[in-house]
Design a protein around this ligand. Structure first.
Ligand SMILES: [Zn+2]
Length: 208
């Protein structure tokens, strides 16, 4: 067992290009590996050396976009369904995501079919019927899967929430609501700054 400083590094939470390290993966031979969540929603296991050297900066979506002008996922990445799919995965697998602990504690996962395939998800779920709808698990003790999920009206007190509004800042990705809680800024104020007044995230977050 090698124990150079390089091999004791904890990369969890660090960003490398589009990849954010979420957990350590099993070694491949003598290479230490990390499980990463890509901005595009895929998870991928990458060798530590490839991350720290800058060789690997995405799950491969970066390359795909460079070589294919019309990468389907790219075109869908701004849709509410894609944002829903991303937050669903983040809740289950991204330890930096607020609320993640509740899900990981009870072992909630995303079914294999949906986990790395947004198209499978959208084919099963269809389009979100409206802004006030969110992804709902019918049985809260069961996983995200086609037979346990539906689009449902959010609770009344959440009716103004845009649950899917995800913001990445300083390498941390959370919903607008979660940022508001973390920063101690009323959500309405934050939302008005970003959505209505078009302030930058930087300015919105740093203004008391
Ligand atoms: Zn990717």
């Amino acid at each position: 067992m090698r124990t150079q400083p390089e091999n004791r590094k904890n990369l969890i939470g660090q960003r490398f290009g589009r990849l954010v390290v979420t957990e350590e993966a099993d070694h491949s031979g003598k290479h230490r590996q990390w499980k990463c969540l890509c901005d595009c929603g895929n998870t991928k296991i990458i060798r530590q050396g490839d991350l720290t050297s800058g060789k690997t900066k995405s799950c491969r979506c970066l390359q795909k976009e460079l070589f294919s002008a019309r990468e389907k996922t790219h075109g869908m990445s701004k849709t509410p369904e894609y944002q829903t799919w991303l937050s669903m995965k983040a809740r289950c697998y991204y330890s930096g995501f607020i609320g993640h602990k509740d899900y990981s504690d009870i072992g909630i996962e995303v079914c294999e079919k949906w986990r790395n395939d947004f198209y499978a998800f959208i084919c099963d779920m269809g389009k979100k019927p409206g802004k006030e709808y969110s992804l709902d698990r019918i049985d809260n003790s069961k996983n995200y899967s086609p037979d346990n999920c539906r689009w449902a009206l959010s609770k009344v007190q959440n009716s103004n929430r845009r649950n899917a509004h995800i913001i990445t800042h300083n390498g941390e990705t959370m919903t607008l609501t979660q940022w508001a809680e973390k920063l101690g800024i009323p959500r309405g104020v934050l939302s008005a700054r970003i959505c209505r007044s078009k302030w930058s995230v930087e300015k919105s977050f740093s203004t008391p």
